[in-house]
Design a protein around this ligand. Structure first.
Ligand SMILES: C[S@@+](CC[C@H](N)C(=O)[O-])C[C@H]1O[C@@H](n2cnc3c(N)ncnc32)[C@H](O)[C@@H]1O
Length: 234
């Protein structure tokens, strides 16, 4: 089935194009931006497909056949990777997303493939996974308004509320601990350069070796660059 080392297989490409073509961008608009949803998606749909497919090709070279992947906070940008894993590697993928409206749109668009998004907290996922995808979740300004500016190096000492910041940091650490606890070793984490510190901190605390990949891959929606971390390999 693998057509090329640098491209997705034709069947994956066909399904990715089909699913992006079926997404209800009108319904997705308000999920991703407060106004101008159609303009936003007209500009982002192509980059989403192109950049997402590039990461999917990289992941294909890192993941084994038949494993399991936990996707925390997966949305439209994750579609190429999810479809590639399902179609080309025969892996079980479990994407979670707390935005119910987005999950409904994604599941409608994916009806022809065995891919179901869950509108639930990913910490409830059962069993072990050998790949954890967590991209632009721990630095999300909507969910963590007090912590996010620091993640981007934009903290303001005059306005920082240390109590609210500390509360959000505890939530982030707990989410990382619950998800990393489900990761088999050796395992792979796909995350962003801004979120690496949380994974690294967990590895240090648990004396688990990790290696952060030197290559970064741009993303289309949030814009945080993606990197890959090998976990548990000496
Ligand atoms: C800023 S968005 C990023 C979406 C996507 N990964 C991207 O890069 O375009 C953060 C997403 O993480 C989801 N999220 C945050 N915490 C979560 C959790 N514990 N379980 C599942 N989804 C979560 C939110 O619902 C939201 O959809």
């Amino acid at each position: 089935m693998r057509a090329s080392r640098t491209k997705l297989a034709p069947e994956t490409r066909r399904l990715v194009t089909e699913v992006y073509g079926r997404l209800d961008y009108g319904a997705l608009g308000p999920v991703y931006c407060y106004e101008g949803g159609h303009e936003f998606w007209r500009a982002k749909r192509g980059p989403c497909d192109r950049l997402g497919s590039r990461v999917a090709v990289v992941l294909r070279g890192k993941l084994g056949r038949g494993g399991r992947s936990l996707y925390v906070g997966a949305g439209a940008a994750e579609l190429p990777a999810l479809i590639m894993e399902t179609v080309e590697l025969g892996r079980a993928v479990e994407p979670y997303n707390l935005r119910r409206a987005e999950v409904t749109v994604l599941n409608r668009a994916c009806r022809s493939i065995p891919l179901t998004f869950h509108a639930a907290d990913a910490v409830g996922a059962k069993g072990r996974f050998d790949h954890l995808w967590m991209v632009s979740v721990l630095n999300d300004p909507e969910r963590f308004p007090h912590l996010s500016p620091l993640s981007y190096g934009r903290g303001n000492p005059l306005t920082l509320d240390p109590l609210k910041f500390d509360k959000e940091r505890r939530i982030v650490r707990a989410l990382v601990a619950r998800c990393m606890g489900k990761l088999a070793r050796p395992g792979l984490v796909t995350t962003t350069t801004e979120e690496v510190i949380w994974i690294a901190e967990w590895c240090h605390r648990h004396r688990v070796p990790y290696r952060v990949g030197k290559r970064y891959y741009p993303t289309a929606l949030v814009g945080d660059p993606i990197c890959l971390i090998q976990i548990g390999k000496g």
